[in-house]
Design a binder for this molecule. Sequence first.
Ligand SMILES: Cc1cc2nc3c(=O)[nH]c(=O)nc-3n(C[C@H](O)[C@H](O)[C@H](O)COP(=O)(O)OP(=O)(O)OC[C@H]3O[C@@H](n4cnc5c(N)ncnc54)[C@H](O)[C@@H]3O)c2cc1C
Ligand code: SF4
Length: 444
Amino acid sequence: MVNSVLTPGVTSSRLSKDELAGNFSDLHPPLDGHEALVAADRCYFCYDAPCVTACPTSIDIPLFIRQISTGMPESAAKTIFDQNILGGMCARVCPTETLCEQVCVRETAEGKPVEIGLLQRFATDRLMSEPHPYKRAAETGKQVAVVGAGPAGLACAHRLAMNGHGVTLYDARNKAGGLNEFGIAAYKTVDGFAQDEVDWLLSIGGISQVFGKRLGENLDLDQLRKDFDAVFLAIGLGGVNALGTEGEEKDNVDDAVNFISELRQSEDLSKLSVGRNVVVVGGGMTAVDAAVQSKLLGAQHVTLAYRRGQEQMNASGFEQDLATSSGVTILTNVQPLKVIGNGAAQEVELGYTKDDGNGLELTGETFRLPADQVFKAIGQRLDLDDSGLELAGGKISVDESGKTSLNGVWAGGDCASGGDDLTVTAVAEGRDAAEDIHDKLMNS
Ligand SMILES: Cc1cc2nc3c(=O)[nH]c(=O)nc-3n(C[C@H](O)[C@H](O)[C@H](O)COP(=O)(O)OP(=O)(O)OC[C@H]3O[C@@H](n4cnc5c(N)ncnc54)[C@H](O)[C@@H]3O)c2cc1C
Ligand code: SF4
């Protein structure tokens, strides 16, 4: 039976299966051959192209676009994968509007960039339907442990395997992919693409996977350092920040990342429960994704509550527009004060905030919103105790090549200091650490 969006409480089946299938279809449908040629034709093939500088993995964008325009999409894909082995996922999830496309000269001159992300997807999709394009170098006999099979770990493992090293890839979960599999919004990566990409990447060989191993629980860093020639840590940010408000422990006050992860693993979205009135607390990509996906599941009212001004939101302008065009209400300069309800959430009391240059403070004015589900999306933190690793800003401290304070241990991606928390940055850091590990293993 299909419940209506008006059904009170937190319930499943607010929409029909057909409506859900439509809502969660590809956000940016792929270009066909003709569209790709037209899009590629808009590129000026700039010398010292700003789009390349803006790409954390430094893909030679004008070169791959020229390869598309001259009818060589497979060569274009190779240009991309040489720099970014997860170029297929990045083509789908990169916030191009704040990276390559933001600085494209056609954006700065005309307000309409070359569609770099879609062109990247056009090229990579073609080569990924063919056998893996990279071969391993001769075996070096060296063994490296990679802990965490998200974008950083996968990129590192692939580059190490390519350089001839043996890799053991550990993960606490029961499948690889990290947030590509468990976090990214469902409409950005449809049809099981994340697992297909993992399978394609691992088909280079030389990488064995071990699941259900959590560093700090049933996997010991000191032991790994003894058993392997090098260790790369890519465990992301597993902890979730608390709201710190009264009533946070009530039923249906949930962690946004868990909700999204459940949604990504669901085989039948009609079985997933969502509130009629949903309040999401936060201002980043996770908050927007939780809000938009709640709406797409059939929530009647979804409000995103952010404590600072709109210009300070971490979610890009594109993401904010996606939220509002999906029917999400964005409230800025508001902070949750308490969750009200008898056992389960029913309302959230919020207070207005202001910042006159002396830090954020409450104005004293408050209001309430009906909320039978509240999502916390105010950031994640490193979940690793007593590892002996030096930390910086709550993350594992690393130098520019990913070396940590412990000899023979590198780290990259979200768990490591520096860099922004994006898929493409994680890939770049995994790749670069692999090259540094290779250099160290072969020259010492
Ligand atoms: C909801 C959400 C949406 C996002 N959307 C986007 C987006 O659209 N575009 C974008 O560019 N970025 C997005 N990001 C950010 C992006 O997903 C991350 O920056 C990226 O996944 C970081 O990669 P990583 O490999 O460092 O970590 P992760 O992807 O988090 O992978 C870490 C891996 O380590 C494993 N692990 C964790 N702890 C341990 C342990 N102790 N022992 C062993 N294994 C462990 C985990 O199971 C996981 O597989 C999003 C993030 C979130 C939370
Ligand atoms: S900046 Fe734009 S026009 Fe110039 S090379 Fe890059 S994509 Fe092409």
